[in-house]
Design a protein around this ligand. Structure first.
Ligand code: ZN
Ligand code: ZN
Length: 388
């Protein structure tokens, strides 16, 4: 653990203390390459876990093996370069270790390869793949295009949010079951054959867009209800309690809210007769989109921002300034906020000052946050906030 702290410390070296030639860049890139190699090995071991038919070709024609070898080789070379250049060696050693482990794993193949996802270790490997896929995409984006350059990867309370991420990955099967329950009920109770025949005949991308529009319409009103009724707000306050926004921050959500939100928003998706490919396409989009809108990415979208929810749009939803309270509920299409009078997006690329809950009443730690809606015992004394 001490070693890990040193690695983190070295990764977070301030910009002015890591000039070119200090071994910081080569070390960071080596670590990225090692992790990327590890990810590719895992994808090869568990092709079923990410079994989107659209990417099956990656496994089939050997491109993956060539790329993987190249990436691991780059990992070795960069780690050695960093070890030569840097006074502090933790980063270089960590990168080398990850690359070695990935290379060793690449030469073997477990018996479970190709087995269906039921063989997952209680979702733990699903979590690892999740973090590697999503983190590997967003951490570099947040470093290169930050909305807040001063914020570090290992920001305040990141361990808490990583734990939320772990739990929701591990409960993916239970959540799937809960999510499907209301849809199964509707499917059994309501006759929708005409609608289904019409929808299944639509082109793939139209189906995906219709799913996005329908789920976001429901999401808008459920989300608004969570902000409107005090009993529901106490659940949703957990999601809003994060004071630093990044790709991981969206994972913080009370279990009851996840269950309610998902099962209701999934209703149109599973009852209106969409093709399974369209549903998978939508899930793939949401998988990245929900991290994206929380991410510390400062891209300027101009007029596009009026049509699709951007990080800046959702960051305003999380703002604790008075002007940012109870606005921007949509998670895909801002048009719902515009239609129902809750749209607010300051011009000139402005970002909110602070994030969090007014009064800062949500305690730290998973268990206390889980209990927060049920008992006042678990609420912190309200403090003065900069919201006034
Ligand atoms: Zn909210
Ligand atoms: Zn959010």
């Amino acid at each position: 653990m001490k070693f890990l702290n040193k690695v983190v410390e070295q990764l977070e070296t301030p910009r002015d203390q890591r000039p070119l030639g200090s071994g910081w860049l080569s070390g960071s890139l080596a670590l990225l390459a090692g992790l990327a190699g590890l990810l590719m090995v895992l994808l090869r071991w568990y092709p079923e876990t990410l079994s989107y038919p659209e990417i099956a070709f990656i496994h089939e024609n050997g491109i993956m093996t060539v790329v993987m070898r190249f990436v691991l080789l780059a990992g070795y070379a960069l780690a050695l370069l960093s070890l030569i250049l840097s006074r502090r060696k933790s980063l270089g050693w960590a990168a080398l270790a990850v690359t070695v482990v990935a290379s060793l794993m690449a030469t073997t193949q477990p018996d479970t390869a190709g087995a269906p996802p039921q063989s997952l270790y209680f979702g733990l490997d699903y979590f690892i793949i999740n973090v590697l896929v999503v983190g590997f995409l967003f951490v570099p984006l947040e470093r290169f295009f930050p909305a807040r350059p001063e914020q570090t990867v290992f920001r305040q309370e990141w361990q808490e949010d990583m734990f939320y991420y772990l739990l929701s990955s591990m409960m993916v099967q239970i959540l799937g079951f809960i999510t499907l329950a209301p849809s199964n009920y509707v499917n059994a109770a309501v006759e929708l054959d005409d609608v289904r025949a019409y929808i299944v005949a639509l082109p793939f991308w139209v189906q995906v867009l219709v799913i996005m529009a329908a789920t976001d319409f429901i999401q808008y009103w459920v989300h608004r209800a969570f902000h409107t009724f005090p009993f529901l707000w106490n659940f949703h306050a957990i999601h809003h309690s994060t004071k630093k926004m990044d790709w991981l921050a969206g994972a913080r959500m009370h279990f009851a809210e996840i269950a309610i939100l998902r099962s209701l928003t999934a209703l149109p998706m599973f009852t209106l007769g969409f093709k399974p490919e369209a549903i998978q396409g939508y899930l793939l989009i949401v998988y990245f989109y929900s991290s994206f809108i929380h991410a510390n990415i400062g891209w300027k979208f101009g007029w596009l921002e009026r049509f699709f929810v951007s990080p800046r749009f959702h960051h305003w939803h999380h703002g604790s300034d008075r002007a940012a309270i109870d606005i921007n509920y949509a998670s895909h299409f801002p048009i719902y906020d515009w239609l129902f009078g809750t749209y607010r997006l300051p011009e000139n690329e402005e970002w909110p000052e602070n994030y969090g809950v007014v009064g800062d009443t949500v305690p730290r730690g998973y268990w206390k946050q889980f209990m927060y809606p049920f008992s006042a015992k678990f609420r912190k004394e309200p403090t003065d906030t900069p919201a006034e």
